[in-house]
Design a protein around this ligand. Structure first.
Ligand SMILES: [Zn+2]
Length: 487
C-alpha cells in the first residue's frame, strides 16, 4: 500500500524531500524489482487524476489502453481495481480489437511517464478510453478482461492525449526537461521480538538492490516470469538507487556473467570457467596464488545458488571464477528448460545484486583472441596465429573451456591430475568442415576448468585459414580460426 509523506518528515532531517513511502506487509512479496514495487512507487504521481475523462479511474486508470500497464484499472463505482493484461489494437477501419498478452515485462505507459515528469506531452502516444461503461461488467469473469472488453467500435471509445490532462490540470510543473529523474530509496525491515540473522538480512539486501538493476530480471518465485525493474519499467528514463552507505557496494552488470572463452552466451555448465563484469567488485586486483583455488580472494566471494565458487581472479570490474561442479543441469519440468542459477558477489560481506545464468549439461567455448583466432599452440609452445601459422601435418594443441561429460569427475577449484588423463566422452572435431582426427580431448593436466584437444593438422590441407569446431553430444563450440601453411 502507498502512503503520503508523513507531516513530520522535517523531524527526520529531510523536510519536503521524503516523497512517499510504501509498506510491504509480507516478506514473500518483497522484491524491489517487481511490478508491485513499481506500481506503488508510481502512485506518487499517478494517484490524483480526479478530473475530466481520467477521473472515473481514480486512484488508477479508467478502462482504457492506459489501464493495461503497470498502474492498472479502478472501477468508477466500486473503487475495485484490477490488472487488465490486454493490448488495444487500432484497426484500419477505426475499430479497436482487445487481445490478451502474457503479463510480466510491464512498463509504465506514456501517460504515466508524462505524469511522472519523464516524458514531454508531445511524446505521449494517443491512448484509447472505453466510453461504453457496460464493457467493464465482465472483466473478472472466467473469460477474462480482454474478452469482456471485446471489439470497440468508434462509438465505444474516445482518444485521449496528454493535452487532455493539460486542459483540466494545467501543464506539469516542473516539465520533463527540469523534473527529477534519479531517486533514492530507503528500505526498512521491521521484525517482531528479535533482530534478523545476517542471513535473513542478506535476503532483504539482495531484493532491495534489485531496484537498481537494469532488467528485465527473472522472478525467483516463478517458473518463466520476468519483471522489469524501475529503470526498464520507465523505458530507461529514471533510476532509483538503494545505496545508503558511502562504502562501495558490489554490483554485477546486467548480462554481466559470461562464458570466459569469448565473453558471449548466457548458457554455461557445471565446473565451467566464467567471467563476471561489474563495478566495485573488489578493492583492487588479486589472483589466486595456488591450487586448489580459494573461495575468498581479498575479501571477495562469489556464490552460485548459495555455493561458494572457486576464484581465479578478482578486480574492481571483473571476476574470473569456476562454477560449482554440483549444479543441476535440468529442471524438473515437462519441457526442456535449462536450469537457472543465481549468482551474487559479496565484498567484505556486502552483497551485490543477483545475476541469473542458464546451466546446461554440455557447453563448449573455444578460446579465441584477436580476429577470432583459436588459442592454440605448436610443439614449441608458441601461440599459433596469422604471423605464426600451424604446419599441415604437424601437432597442435587447442584450448577451450566449458562443461562436458568426462571419464572422471574433478571437484571445482581442484587441478586436473597430472598422473593420468581425463577425457571428454564423445568429442569430435572438424577443421574447414572436414573431420579432423584427434588423439586426446580432455582436461589439461594441472589446469583448473581448462580443456584441450591434441591433434595433427590434416597433412593434405592447402595453405589458408580454417574454422575449427568441437562437438560433444551434438553440442558445438563457437568456430575459431586456425591459419595453416605448408613446409
Ligand atoms: Zn494501486
Amino acid at each position: 500500500m502507498v502512503k503520503s509523506p508523513p507531516a513530520d518528515a522535517a523531524s527526520f532531517g529531510s523536510a519536503s524531500r521524503l516523497q512517499g513511502y510504501s509498506v510491504f506487509p509480507a516478506t514473500l512479496i518483497y522484491d524491489a524489482a517487481d511490478q508491485g514495487y513499481n506500481h506503488e512507487t508510481g502512485h506518487q504521481w499517478v494517484n490524483h487524476m480526479s478530473t475530466g475523462a481520467f477521473g472515473p479511474g481514480r486512484p488508477h486508470w479508467p478502462l482504457s489502453s492506459m489501464s493495461t500497464n503497470l498502474m492498472n484499472y479502478s472501477d468508477a463505482a466500486s473503487g475495485f481495481g484490477s490488472r487488465i493484461p490486454c493490448r488495444f489494437n487500432l484497426q484500419a477501419d477505426g475499430r479497436i480489437t482487445v487481445t490478451p498478452w502474457i503479463p510480466g515485462q510491464e512498463f509504465f505507459n506514456d501517460m504515466d511517464l508524462y505524469l511522472m515528469g519523464l516524458m514531454a506531452p508531445n511524446e505521449v502516444a494517443t491512448q484509447y478510453l472505453v466510453t461504453d461503461t457496460s464493457r467493464a461488467a465482465g472483466i473478472s469473469s472466467p473469460q477474462g478482461p480482454c474478452a469482456a472488453i471485446g471489439t470497440l467500435t468508434t462509438a465505444q471509445y474516445r482518444t485521449v492525449n496528454a493535452s487532455d490532462i493539460v486542459a483540466v490540470q494545467g501543464a506539469r510543473v516542473p516539465s520533463s526537461d527540469a523534473s527529477q529523474k534519479d531517486f533514492r530509496s530507503l528500505h526498512v525491515v521491521v521484525s517482531r521480538d528479535s533482530l534478523l540473522t545476517p542471513e535473513q538480512m542478506a535476503y532483504f539486501e539482495v531484493y532491495t538492490r534489485r531496484v537498481e538493476d537494469r532488467g528485465p530480471l527473472m522472478l525467483p518465485d516463478s517458473l518463466n516470469g520476468f519483471t522489469n525493474p524501475w529503470y526498464a519499467a520507465t523505458k530507461n528514463r529514471s533510476t532509483i538507487s538503494a545505496k545508503i552507505s558511502a562504502e562501495p557496494v558490489p554490483a554485477i552488470s546486467y548480462g554481466g556473467v559470461v562464458n570466459a572463452a569469448n565473453f558471449q552466451g548466457a548458457a554455461m555448465g557445471p565446473s565451467a570457467v566464467v567471467t563476471l563484469f561489474g563495478s566495485d567488485l573488489a578493492a583492487g586486483p588479486a589472483s589466486a596464488g595456488s591450487v586448489p583455488l580459494p573461495q575468498d580472494l581479498n575479501g571477495v566471494r562469489v556464490f552460485v545458488d548459495g555455493i561458494p565458487a572457486p576464484l581465479f581472479y578478482v578486480s574492481p570490474t571483473q571476476i574470473n571464477f569456476q562454477l560449482p561442479e554440483s549444479l543441476p543441469t535440468t529442471r524438473a519440468l515437462p519441457n526442456d528448460l535449462a536450469y537457472i542459477a543465481m549468482v551474487r558477489v559479496e565484498r567484505d560481506g556486502a552483497p551485490s545484486n543477483i545475476a541469473y545464468i542458464e546451466i546446461r549439461p554440455t557447453v563448449l567455448g573455444a578460446m579465441s583472441y584477436g580476429d577470432n583466432y583459436a588459442v592454440a599452440t605448436n610443439p614449441a609452445g608458441e601461440l599459433i596465429g596469422p604471423s605464426n601459422p600451424a604446419f599441415a601435418g604437424s601437432p597442435v594443441v587447442v584450448y577451450f573451456v566449458g562443461s562436458a561429460p568426462l571419464t572422471e569427475r574433478v571437484a571445482a577449484g581442484q587441478p586436473a591430475p597430472t598422473d593420468r588423463l581425463i577425457r571428454v566422452q564423445g568429442a569430435s572435431l572438424t577443421l574447414g568442415g572436414q573431420v579432423q582426427a584427434s588423439n586426446f580431448v580432455g582436461l589439461t593436466p594441472g589446469g583448473v576448468g581448462l580443456y584441450q584437444a591434441n591433434m595433427f593438422i590434416n597433412g593434405a590441407l592447402a595453405e589458408g585459414e580454417y574454422q575449427l569446431v568441437i562437438t560433444v553430444n551434438g553440442v558445438t563450440s563457437n568456430p575459431v580460426k586456425i591459419p595453416v601453411r605448408r613446409r
